[in-house]
Design a protein around this ligand. Structure first.
Ligand code: PLP
Length: 403
């Protein structure tokens, strides 16, 4: 039985940093405690000389023009870089843009990118369509491959290894330090979609070069923002990333930044509560006869559970459920529709519980383990955990009992 403190500890420790970050400095005139939203395109200067000087600082967190970001964007970038443990961060308009922009920044025609087979579907689609069209070679590795197997898939032209840990439908927790060692031995960078691990997995101390976040999820936390962040920890990566952001006009709007900053203030307590409830619900589901596996990194059923124990300081509120193989896809879908407290919808990390069938949203190059039933994904929100269990109980009871 996993100790609930292991899933909540990291979240609780974030409270001080999230409360104190991006706060205006008090002055004799007094300042409001929260940063103002500055909306704008044009930035005015007293002289051409001053304007040109600002223009030359385009790789810094400064704005000579609205498309380079607003003051609140740059403050939020500093907060995300601090939580991730990197040096510089670029905010963009969505989590998907945070996945795709660094691929554009770091890859060119003739390069090879090795993706984990469990990556977020739209990232895979971008690789298969746009990257291939621009002459980038794409291939995949099984998420739980060992170092020899990953090394065997590296090519002389591999520039990027792209991992997602845990996978957002299949929840494999990957050995990130091992992936970093293989990538670096072959002269490549390791990218990580660290959305599930934000605040509880420290990417740069585990060898990651580029860490990707969908701020849409835990940081914004109220299902009312779409935003993304890319964090790096070395000056060369920052120049490449910032240049690509400026050239492609990527930014995050000031209202989205303000809402995300507001969401971050309570992320520690929200996620601490949601992680505790998620573990409680997952442990209950694991005992149910209709359930084959619960894919929650804190439970032994989850591929890479030991790696989660070694590398993470907490757990998220999103996990997978696999039914016994005697149930059909249609029976699973009816179960999903019997739930009252779980909204049927994409995304996760908000205050409310959600459910989504896993099958159909996943495409794979390597075969799934045989003999598994249909699966669905649960996002656990701030509802009472026992109410959620009651709801799941009645939905499971509606499955054919003779199966
Ligand atoms: C793991 C992961 N990465 C990236 C994204 C994309 O985020 P957004 O919805 O902000 O584009 C998602 C969205 O569901 C996700 O689950």
């Amino acid at each position: 039985m996993t100790d609930p403190c292991k899933v909540t500890g990291g979240w609780q420790r974030l409270g001080t940093v999230l409360s104190g970050a991006a706060r205006p400095t008090p002055s004799d005139d007094g300042v409001f405690v929260n940063m103002p939203v500055t909306r704008g395109s044009t930035v005015l200067f007293p002289s051409l000389d001053a304007m040109n000087r600002k223009g030359h600082q385009r790789y810094d967190h400064t704005s000579g023009y609205g498309a380079m970001g607003s003051p609140i964007q740059h403050e939020l970038e500093k907060v995300i870089a601090t939580v991730e443990g990197g040096t510089d961060c670029q905010l963009v308009g969505s989590g998907l843009a945070a996945c795709t922009l660094p691929l554009l920044a770091f890859l060119g025609a003739g390069d090879h990118c090795l993706f984990s087979d469990n990556i977020y579907g739209p990232t895979r689609r971008f690789a298969e369509t746009m990257l291939r069209r621009f002459g980038v070679e794409i291939s995949y590795f099984p998420p739980m491959a060992d170092s020899a197997a990953v090394a065997a898939l590296m090519r002389p032209n591999t520039k990027v290894v792209f991992a997602e840990s845990p996978g957002s439908h299949t929840f494999e927790v990957q050995d990130v330090p091992m992936l970093a060692a293989v990538a670096h031995d072959h002269g490549a960078r390791l990218f990580l979609d660290n959305t599930w691990g934000f605040g509880i997995f420290s990417p740069f101390s585990h060898g990651v070069d580029v860490s990707i976040q969908a701020l849409t999820k835990y940081p914004a936390g109220h299902s009312d923002v779409i935003a993304g962040a890319i964090t790096v920890a070395d000056p060369q990566s920052w120049r490449l990333l910032r240049d690509a952001a400026i050239q492609t006009g990527q930014l995050c709007g000031p209202d989205e930044c303000w809402l995300t900053l507001r969401g971050l203030r309570t992320m520690g307590v929200r996620l601490s509560q949601q992680a505790r409830s998620a573990l409680h619900v997952a442990q209950w589901l694991k005992e149910q006869p209709e359930v084959m596996h619960v894919l929650h990194p804190a439970l032994p059923d989850c591929p890479g559970h030991a790696i989660w124990q070694r590398d993470f300081s907490g757990a998220g509120c999103l996990f997978g459920v696999v039914l016994n193989p005697c149930y059909s896809q249609e029976e699973m879908e009816k179960l999903v529709e019997r739930l009252h407290h779980f909204g049927i919808g994409a995304s996760w990390g908000g205050y409310e519980s959600l459910v989504l069938p896993s099958t159909g949203s996943i495409s794979r190059s390597f075969a799934e383990p045989a003999g598994q039933g249909p699966g669905f994904r649960l996002q656990i929100g701030l509802e009472n955990a026992d109410d959620l269990i009651g709801d799941l109980k009645q939905a499971l009871a509606g499955l054919p009992q003779n199966a």
